[in-house]
Design a protein around this ligand. Structure first.
Ligand code: KG4
Ligand code: ZN
Length: 349
């Protein structure tokens, strides 16, 4: 979905990944990413540190993306950059670099909403995934159930009321002492790995809001339950049960995500479901959604892991769509940490 089939450069710096990619007509020429690791020293992403790292690494990452695509700026049709939501200092670095490159090359610049990027990741991986479809975007920063009526026309069915699903994975991994040195936002893969050795029925953790007729999520109580369950345990005792805790915690998250997504899809009459965002990499989630959706005659699509987690190819994909609608940003494009998704309306009940 690029303009006249020419490639577009995507830039993503909304959190702690510095990423650039070149994409044309949904084909990914390059998808370069630099993941920051220093944040683990502080137990979470430090915004100032993340911005400084983006400043240091973004231009080399852009150069690498262009080199891997074997292209120069002059071969492109535009530059897409994440405008929000995200950490303001981090977004500003990407936007400033995007503006500089656009000014120097004469290419049009377009600001992209990060969640729209996650939605486009699905169609880039599966060109047959065309709207309408129900999308669950679950990452470290978001848990949103969005009905994609058409590209650019979105209906929100549900969202988290507190922690995002990925945030719950990250916090519980930290509580269980599963994170390796250098990791902050890799709780999901670690929980998932330990869960494979554990019994998902060992502990009965809460499935918040599962009987609520609405479609919102809540994960902070679940995290607190895990904390209460283990807080008085000696290190050795915790080690003995942490695979069971990981499996039971994961099962609680998966049950709620699958239940709400399928109920929303059924109610709106969607035949296709997209699972996107970092949590979409979770194998237990994919398997349960696949199984339960196929019983209802629905198809489930999920991008390969490098397109599920934050990346710039998805920003290029969404940017190509926005550019094809003539949406070119001016020199006043600014970071918007709470940017609303363009074309989003709330479901009318
Ligand atoms: O989309 P993403 O890269 O960044 C945000 O926009 O937040 O998602 C990162 C999140 C982290 O919370 C990480 O723990 C989670 O996705 N994640 C997973 C898995 N892989 C990444 N959660 C559960 N299972 C996984 N396999
Ligand atoms: Zn994301």
């Amino acid at each position: 979905m690029s303009i006249s089939g020419r490639p577009i450069l995507g830039i993503e710096t909304s959190c702690d990944e510095t990423a650039a990619a070149v994409v044309a007509d949904g084909h990914i020429y390059s998808n370069t990413i630099f993941s920051q690791t220093e944040h683990s020293l502080y137990g979470g992403v430090v915004p100032e540190l993340a911005s400084r790292n983006h400043i240091r690494t973004l231009l080399p990452v852009v150069d690498q993306a262009l080199a891997e695509a074997d292209l120069e700026l002059g071969d492109l049709c535009g530059i897409a950059v994440t405008q929000g939501p995200g950490l303001v200092g981090c977004l500003l670095v990407g936007i400033s670099v995007g503006k500089g490159l656009a000014l120097g090359s004469g290419l049009p610049l377009v600001g992209v909403h990060h969640i729209e990027g996650h939605l486009f990741a699905g169609s880039m991986a599966h060109p047959d995934l065309v709207p309408p479809f129900m999308a669950l975007v679950a990452s470290g920063g978001h848990t949103e159930l969005i009905y994609v009526c058409a590209w650019g026309n979105y209906e929100r069915w549900g969202r988290t009321r507190d922690d995002a699903a990925g945030e719950a994975f990250d916090k519980v991994a930290k509580i269980l002492g599963l994170l390796r040195e250098g990791e902050v936002t890799m709780g999901g893969p670690r929980i998932s790995m330990f869960a494979e050795e554990g019994n998902p029925d060992a502990f009965d953790f809460p499935r918040a809001l599962i009987n609520d007729p609405g479609f919102d999520f809540s994960f902070s109580g679940l995290k607190t339950s895990v904390l209460y369950r283990i807080r008085d345990l000696a290190v050795e005792d915790l080690k003995a049960i942490r695979a069971n805790i990981a499996a039971s915690f994961q099962a609680a998250v998966v049950d709620v995500l699958v239940d709400k997504t399928l109920r929303a899809a059924r109610e709106v009459g969607a035949e296709r479901i997209l699972l996107s965002g970092g949590v979409a990499a979770n194998r237990a989630l994919r398997a349960q959604l696949d199984d339960d959706a196929s019983k209802l005659g629905m198809g489930v699509f999920y991008p390969p892991t490098p397109l599920c987690t934050d990346n710039a190819a998805m920003i290029a994909g969404a940017g190509a769509f926005r550019l094809s609608r003539g949406e070119v940003a001016g020199g006043n494009l600014n970071a918007a940490p709470r940017l609303p998704l363009p074309g989003l309306h709330e479901r009318q009940v």
